[in-house]
Design a protein around this ligand. Structure first.
Ligand code: F0G
Length: 370
């Protein structure tokens, strides 16, 4: 790449996306997020694995939603729309509000009152969206948005908008471009189930073009209190501290099951305790600050590793994946930790209040003199 300037996922992966030469691209230079090696997580599992973190928190609005939103808003402008609307647990609304502002469009968002992280709310508000906090959950909000957008001239930009998943599949392209191959396992949080669908599509498209010679198993994780796919029925009152995935009736339910089954993967669940453990571990042992929902991917990985999953499923020693001799695992970290300062503070030691002098500090830490 050298000095070539990055100008967003549409220009980088144009030939894989439904855009024309005249499409009025609305971009904030999203994508190109780092694939960070995770040596501490790898050590927890064993010498047979290499774990990487796809840190989607480094997108312009701090989550993976920007990949889908650049496509959805570009197509909305192309189709002559002047307003967009979404339901959201927070990140979609932040992204929609930012890209709508960029495009000079109006934006309406519907959020579950009291259940979105503070940073996300701040983003939607400051970008100028009209924000409605409904007395209900995400599933109620999405029902309202479906009804309004079916009847009135305003573009729906939730992931049931087909352009959203088209944009989001570019995350898989970037992983393959960096590794030179697909990983063997792809761990990902599951909420409304769009992202697992999009990544699987991306991997399959690269495979079909011969750009990679293998496909990963898709390993999706829901929160225990919001795990409709795992339980096989709608969850009427979803509950989890990972509010981003507090969803009881995912829109892409069937597509996520197809990704699981075609890839030979799983969709399983992790408890809030397991999510918090992974959240703190990533922050304290890898130096990576993601939001709680994002840590569900790593929580799932650690849970499976402890159950012996990677000793039962022996590393591949022949074939396209044999290059390093190690099992390559990617965990997607979907959103930045700064989105949710309340949980970050809740699960950390508190600051120590002291008078403004050196002695007060030294009472609390043992330092050796020079
Ligand atoms: N991680 C984060 C940080 C999210 O914000 C979401 C979804 C997910 C994971 C799950 O992805 O829905 O594609 O399965 N957030 C949506 C929102 C629902 O409104 O921001 P998914």
């Amino acid at each position: 790449m050298g000095s070539v300037r990055w100008s967003g996922i549409i220009s980088a992966y144009r030939e894989f996306l439904p855009v024309g030469v005249d499409s009025p691209i609305v971009t904030l230079n999203e994508g190109n997020t780092p694939l960070i090696p995770a040596p501490a997580v790898s050590r927890e599992i064993g010498p047979q694995v290499d774990v990487y973190l796809k840190f989607e928190g480094l997108n312009p609005t701090g989550s993976f939603k920007d990949r889908g939103m650049t496509m959805a808003v570009t197509k909305a402008v192309e189709e002559g729309s002047s307003a967009v609307m979404c339901a959201s647990t927070g990140n979609t609304s932040a992204s929609a509000a930012a890209y709508a502002a960029r495009a000079g469009m109006n934006c309406i968002v519907i959020i579950p009152d009291g259940n979105i992280a503070l940073g996300k709310l701040a983003q939607a508000l400051l970008h100028g969206a009209k924000v409605f906090a409904v007395a209900g959950n995400f599933d109620d909000a999405l029902r309202i948005v479906r009804e309004v957008t079916a009847k009135y001239k305003i573009t729906l930009v939730n992931s049931i908008n087909p352009y959203r998943l088209e944009g989001q599949k570019t995350g898989a392209f970037e992983i393959c471009d960096v590794l030179g191959e697909a990983p063997q396992y792809h761990f990902i949080p599951v909420g409304n189930a769009g992202n697992i669908t999009a990544y699987w599509r991306g991997y399959k498209e690269y495979y079909a073009k011969g750009l990679v010679s293998g496909l990963p198993k898709m390993m999706g994780f829901q929160a225990e209190g919001a795990a409709p796919i795992v339980r096989g029925h709608v969850v009427e009152k979803p509950e989890t501290l990972a509010t981003a995935i507090r969803i009881g009736n995912p829109a892409s339910w069937k597509l996520a099951e197809a990704a699981r089954d075609e890839s030979g993967g799983v969709i399983d669940m992790v408890s809030d305790e397991e999510i918090v453990e992974a959240y703190r571990f990533l922050a304290q042992s890898e130096g990576v600050f993601c939001e709680p929902a994002s840590a569900a991917s790593v929580a799932g990985l650690l849970k499976y590793a402890r159950q012996g999953f990677f000793t039962r499923h022996h590393p591949v020693t022949v074939g396209p994946h044999a290059t390093s001799g190690k099992v390559r695992i990617v965990c997607v970290l979907t959103g930045h930790g700064l989105k949710d300062p309340k949980n970050a503070i809740e699960f950390s030691p508190k600051p120590i209040s002291v008078p403004a002098n050196v002695e007060a500090i030294l009472e609390h830490v043992a330092l050796e003199e020079r």
